[in-house]
Design a protein around this ligand. Structure first.
Ligand code: GDP
Ligand code: MG
Length: 162
């Protein structure tokens, strides 16, 4: 069995995807950024694939100065254990400096990275996802974790990455 880590800044939809792939509401989904306190691990399923999936946390109680460093440390730990990284951005909010910082961590990880352009549901989704090319992490996979759209493209991307 292989391991996937979902990484990205708070509130992009990591826990929503985790819950969808695990099929249980193991991870807390919340509108407040960084509400997932702990790293969570579950058995994920997608098509005929079975894998270990890791949801990384935000750290809402950290002060702004230490937040990025702590998220970075947690992300790096998750990446070390993963065979491939699901790096998630939110196309509705657009790219932020934090996305770019996380992308740098992911790019240097020496693991395959699948770039997930989440919140891409609806007509404008694919268009909004185009911005993600800037991160230099390859072809963005438009996805809607909440509505379950783009999962067959995610399946293909996982198969290609491994
Ligand atoms: P995390 O902090 O990255 O784990 O993000 P969450 O999974 O907790 O989601 C943050 C917010 O984004 C919640 O309000 C979710 O309902 C919402 N969300 C997650 N996926 C999608 C999506 O595909 N489309 C839209 N529109 N909202 C989403
Ligand atoms: Mg979360």
């Amino acid at each position: 069995m292989f391991t996937l880590a979902i990484v990205g800044r708070p509130n992009v939809g990591k826990s929503t995807l985790f819950n969808r792939l695990v099929g249980k509401r193991l991870a807390l989904v919340d509108d407040r950024p960084g509400v997932t306190r702990d790293r969570r691990e579950g058995e994920g399923h997608l098509g005929d694939l079975t894998f270990t999936i890791v949801d990384t946390a935000g750290l809402e109680e950290a002060d702004a100065a230490s937040l990025e460093g702590r998220m970075r440390a947690q992300t790096e730990a998750a990446i070390r254990d993963a065979d491939a990284i699901l790096f998630m951005i939110d196309v509705r909010s657009g790219l932020t400096p934090t996305d770019r910082a996380f992308a740098n961590v992911a790019r240097r990880a020496g693991r395959p990275v699948i770039l997930l352009a989440n919140k891409s549901e609806g007509r404008r989704g694919a268009e909004a996802a185009a911005e993600a090319w800037e991160l230099g992490l390859g072809t963005p996979v438009p996805l809607s974790a909440e509505h379950g759209e783009g999962l067959s493209d995610l399946y293909d991307a996982i198969c290609d990455a491994l």
